[in-house]
Ligand binder design. Sequence first.
Ligand code: NDP
Length: 245
Amino acid sequence: MEVRFDGKRALVTGAGKGIGRDTAKALVKCGAEVFALSRTQEDLDSLVQEYPGIQPVQCDLGDPEATKAAVESVGPIDLLVNNAGIIILQPFLDVTLDAFDKVMNTNVRAVLQVSQIVAKGMVERGTGGSIVNLSSLVSKSVLKEHTSYCASKGALDVMSKVMALELGPHKIRVNTVNPTVVLTDMTRKIGYGDPAKAGPILARIPLGKLVEVDDVVNAILYLLSDKAAMVNGTHLPIEGGFLTS
Ligand code: NDP
């Protein structure tokens, strides 16, 4: 299945590292004009060095005013990938309000804000579009110490459905991808590089291997593309059969 995005303008948030970075590169390879938004300037510099066609947008999505200015500056967007996300692990009884707010602000509020700006433009132009939000399998199958993160991804799933419902009449499709553990900076920082920590997840995956970044990127490309023209408001698990066990 070949997908092409020639003539389309794409915005990927959290494109400095991990899944977002590889999504930005894949979109360029498929012909899109890509805007890569992320927090750390050095990540954007190295991305542009690798792919000079990518347009970097430095922004901390935790700052609503900076977010508004940055997203408005990129102009019309046809394809939006809300990928930026953070995780803070704390046992439920020790969850701090500060950590909860930080996770919810990045993983949910920023998606709301970025999508509103982008989707208003899509509605005004009447050209439609496609939005993919990076959720997680933890919205379906929770993990200990993931209270804030699970709450954020559960909220993101439901918000995405409302977006699909309200934006569908404007030819804007909204879907989520919901992967289980993928080894990236995010998951390595919380110990998943250690087979002892990843083992219980792996044991529940009938295909016998962890999800890789490319597996997620391919699903994002599919949902962004016209191949998914009638897929709207769905949550696509990427988990090798984890939920069957
Ligand atoms: P990484 O931590 O590897 O990369 C996340 C990227 O998002 C970084 O470039 C980071 O920039 C950026 N980012 C985070 N917060 C902000 C912010 N406030 N403003 C701007 N940019 C920001 O994460 P992954 O690639 O692993 O995860 C990507 C998405 O996929 C997330 O939404 C995550 O929840 C989801 N996901 C990941 C899974 C996994 O196992 N890895 C599984 C399921 C879902 P910086 O480093 O500069 O802060």
